[in-house]
Design a protein around this ligand. Structure first.
Ligand code: NAD
Length: 260
């Protein structure tokens, strides 16, 4: 049997990058999907790609901004109406913000990063956990970052919110483990997605590829990660097999966070 056979998996930020890669991997493992993103075009494209790869895959898309509580309530309601339950929640939508030193950071961008990376993650949990609790089963994977376990130059709100995500994850594990729910966070390093490509453009607008090569040099593997490598770990954490790992922050970074 496939490891996510008939499981209902809800993924935020599913239009591209890490969310899309996990959606594809989960569909290949038999999951029914609810894909959420505020980019409707990307969502349509994601659904088309998945159903092309996995004929007959059950895929529902919902346009929502995860930083807006009412839109979060709506995506949860759509999922329950369509499938009757949510077995796994990949709480992934997030933004980097603009890179700038702490005292110069634009306050509006700071608040936007907090609204999406912290409040958006919290709203999702607030409205999905009651359904998992009622069923006595659930798997939560929150997306932190290596910026959720250490500092990253010029990314104060990103680092602050990702540390918050690791903290929230521990509390979900503590408070909801008794209801058959496990919650873990992943801490990806630099994985080549549209977001990271944008970050290299900020670091070196003239030559983003040079910034990428410089970054890869510092990694033990001498390369960046691929979204598919993250997706495989996430799908394990979303599966029934992940029954006694909870409250953990799992770095997916080629080992780089072990050095300083
Ligand atoms: P990405 O920008 O490539 O894709 C993110 C997707 O999320 C996009 O489709 C975007 O439209 C959507 N999104 C963003 N904010 C949203 C919102 N408020 N509501 C709904 N949809 C929203 O980014 P990615 O690299 O795939 O990153 C995904 C997650 O992984 C983020 O939380 C990010 O912080 C985290 N992360 C990524 C890396 C990496 O190297 N790529 C490393 C560490 C952590």
């Amino acid at each position: 049997m496939k490891s996510l056979d008939q499981k209902v998996i809800l993924i935020t930020g599913a239009g591209m990058g890490l969310g899309l890669a996990t959606a594809k991997e989960a569909a290949a493992r038999g999951a029914k999907l609810v894909l959420v993103d505020y980019n409707e075009e990307a969502l349509q494209q994601a659904k088309a790609e998945i159903t092309k790869e996995q004929a007959g895959a059950a895929v529902v898309i919902v346009k929502a901004d995860t930083s807006k509580e009412e839109e979060v309530k709506n995506y949860v309601n759509v999922a329950i109406k369509e499938f009757g339950q949510i077995d796994g929640f990949y709480n992934n939508a997030g933004i980097e913000g603009k890179q700038a030193p702490l005292i110069e950071y634009d306050l509006d961008i700071f608040r936007k990063v907090v609204d999406i990376n912290l409040m958006g993650v919290y709203y999702g949990l607030r409205y999905i956990l009651p359904h998992m609790k009622e069923k006595g089963y659930g798997r939560v994977v929150n997306v932190a970052s290596v910026g959720g376990i250490r500092g990253v130059m010029n990314q104060t709100p990103y680092v602050a919110t990702k540390h918050a995500v690791t903290g929230i994850t521990k509390n979900v594990a503590l408070e909801y483990g008794q209801f058959g729910i496990t919650a873990n966070a992943i801490a990806p390093g630099a994985i080549l997605t549209p977001m990271v490509a944008g970050a290299f453009k900020q670091v070196n607008p003239q030559d983003p590829k040079a910034a990428e090569a410089e970054y890869a040099k510092a990694n033990p593997t001498k390369r960046l990660g691929k979204p598919e490598e993250v997706a495989k770990v996430v799908c394990f954490l979303l599966s029934e097999d992940c029954s006694y790992v909870s409250g953990q922050v799992i770095a997916i970074d080629g080992g780089q966070s072990n050095s300083y």
